[in-house]
Design a protein around this ligand. Sequence first.
Ligand code: ADP
Ligand code: MG
Ligand code: MG
Length: 908
Amino acid sequence: MAKMVYRFSKDFVEGDKDMKNLLGGKGANLAEMCRIGLAVPPGFTFTTESCVHYFRNGNTWAPGLEAEMDSAVEWLEKVNGKKLGDTANPLLVSVRSGARASMPGMMDTILNLGLNDTVVETLAAATGNRRFAMDSYRRFIKMFGDVVLGIKGKKGEHDPFEAALESVKHRTGKKLDTELDAAELEEVVKLEKAVVLERTGKPFPTDPREQLKLAIDAVFDSWMNARAIEYRRIYRIPEDWGTAVNVQTMVFGNMGNDCGTGVAFTRDAATGENVFYGEFLMNAQGEDVVAGIRTPLKIAEMAKVMPHAYDELVEVRTKLENHYHDMQDLEFTIEKGKLFILQCRSGKRTGLAAVNIAIDMLEEGMIDEETAITRIEAGQVMFLLRPIFNTKAVKAAADEGRQVAKGLPAGPGAATGRVAFFSDEIQAQVAAWGDKAILVRIETSPEDIKGMETAEGILTQRGGMTSHAALVARQRGKVCVAGCSEIEVDYKTRQMKIGSHIVKEGDWISIDGSTGIVYLGKIETAPSEVIQVLLDKTLDPKDAPNYRKFARLMEIADKYTRMSVRTNADNPLDSVRAIAFGAKGIGLCRTEHMFFEGDRITSMRKMIMADNEADRRKALAELLPYQREDFYGIFKAMNGYPVTIRLLDPPLHEFLPGDDKNQKDFSEKTGISIAAIKARNEDLHELNPMLGHRGCRLGNTYPEITEMQARAIFEAACDAAKEGTPVNPEVMVPLVGHVNELKMQADIIRTTADKVFVEKGVKVDYLVGTMIEVPRACVTSAQIAEVAEFFSFGTNDLTQMGFGMSRDDYAKFMPIYIEKGILKHDPFATLDDGIFELLKLGVNGGRQTRPQLKCGICGEHGGDPDSVELCHSAGLNYVSCSPFRVPVARVAAAQANIAEKKGLKMAQ
Ligand code: ADP
Ligand code: MG
Ligand code: MG
């Protein structure tokens, strides 16, 4: 096997930042930071390949791995002038996981490895700090006991190591860990060792080399723990990546009050503002900061207590940004006034921050336009459209004394919901209440991931801006107020106290993740800046800095896009909105809803009840003016952008009144007997309506319907054209599987167009095309393109029919399929690769016949970033999605094009 252990130190580095796949994100960046001269404690990294080998071979190490480890340990001992387990000068290390993609808090870390009863005494003597030595030891036994030996609290029981600590605190009446002295910590150590003996039947392992091997195994194993699996599922991280393992020389933030540990962001991760943001704790180690056990201090405070280390840290901030050209999230420890950097990675951020940082860095000349676009997760753009609290409603709430607490603004946005306290219950509560919920916790841990997903917003009593809750909220675009110490959560009574108020489970609260303020009761929300500027027109862009950055981003996106983005819209209002969001046309205008409005449905039902063509035509004639009016409005709104109008699609029985009351109403209105209505209903009823008498099958059995719709389209187009509005209609025939199905419909459409042009004395350009949504159409697309002038892929039906799974029923088994890994994702949300093959077959076949054939997609997938990328690669001309996803699709389309160009450049 290839080399499996890579070393890093200030004088010797084997890895670099581009080796994430092999060394994991943490390992690659530790190496890179050594290269740029930052103070990183030396260490070595086990490759992800060694982890993959471990899992593929029944959890065993690859041949030669142990020898590589030994030689790396020997090297590390030399670099440090210390030895593992030495009684004169002992080396302690941390063993840290680190996958390719960062998975905050999902896997396990062990600190202070190498301690045992003898070594701890040496450490105490060597440092002259027995308290510190014992503190390190009790932490080590706890982490090792938990991660390696698997000793956890049983359900409903406190973590046994935590209990050991608590019992000593209780006996001495001390509250904080930091208050315990050496003897008391030694007592904790004794209790912890007793826990190990009792739970495992064996004493705590004393040999440091054995400790190291076991710890590495445990980090490998943590890749398969339930939390990590759940995390990978949500973030779609493949299981076969494996994790790297970093073994690193310990530095100590728990040696006293000239020590500490912290985390920082080079810019504000919530808003993107160019300010240094961070938190730290004095006399603390490892996860103390993020775990939210003590509430940390703001980084600015560090200037006062440790000015020298603070200055160094500010320098590191600049150095990292100038090197990585991106906002970085870093972890540091100060040992006796000296600063060490333990980790850096590109920082997780909200959608708002992502856009602001990208545009700021572009303007600062730090990155170019293409990079700015790729810095944003396309889906995050949705975040800028999310509501904020209505200003008046907030003021009213404040006046009524409902503004009751303030925490940290950890995830911007506004959320109102009912209080839920437990992550494993919130889903059921939301279902039972039928209302949104706010998850309120003392602090969150990775076990809460699922509950946080369900919650509308998250409120925590403890923890800072970099706490677990804050991090996850920002990543998932959740509203979050963290570290709100004015609330007092009591899980037992299922309520919280805020000052003199008692808030019970199920009560309403509102939280503002941009200000950190907590309100009692519901508060009305208002649209975001972007919505206020673009749709409501109630805000001037000059007063909307976030809007301006959004607009700049969109402008750049368009510059780098090959595909255009259209929208799915059925009415003038949606069309106007979509244009405001930057849509360049309508990719799918469904006509069926037009039949339901007002009195139209009666005419439609009369049409269905008709026994002969003449009666049918009479009923259709009643519908014509309504349809014409709708189309006219859309053509006016789209002002020359293409509008793809789909002819009637759903099965006819959906239009007939189903229940007695409606049947009676209809009968009274039209004089048709109830018996006749029931009989027709029966007659039209289909066992498989999804595969039934719908789509072009309707138009081919009742050509009058197509004729009426075509007439409405062309009359509207001519009317608009006469007024000088450019029009660009594309008439789309749905559900074609055989070219002859299309031929017959196309003839009717074209004949009708000619008639209307003569009647109106004006001609407009138009296309006749088809929706490709039946697998047979993909396979015979070359023939279909002889008639069709454009293809629009209806990937909802194509997925349904290609997979043979009904959209109406698939929810029964899809979650299980995904859990079991049978499918990686929901094929109705993200285009499945097999269905994508069908799509490509369709495009390529069609373009054999008609090289310039216009191709687009109009299924739900059109707004999904991953699917947009696929569409680009298949050479589609456009994607079409719902109005609110248009900005997402624009960014995704630009990203796909940039990625392709970069790929081409690399191939040259
Ligand atoms: P995670 O992946 O969950 O962030 P890390 O491996 O970064 O876990 O470890 C968590 C914390 O442990 C770090 O932020 C750091 O504070 C501490 N830590 C890890 N290695 C060392 C070390 N060699 N010396 C001191 N502290 C360390
Ligand atoms: Mg961890
Ligand atoms: Mg870390």
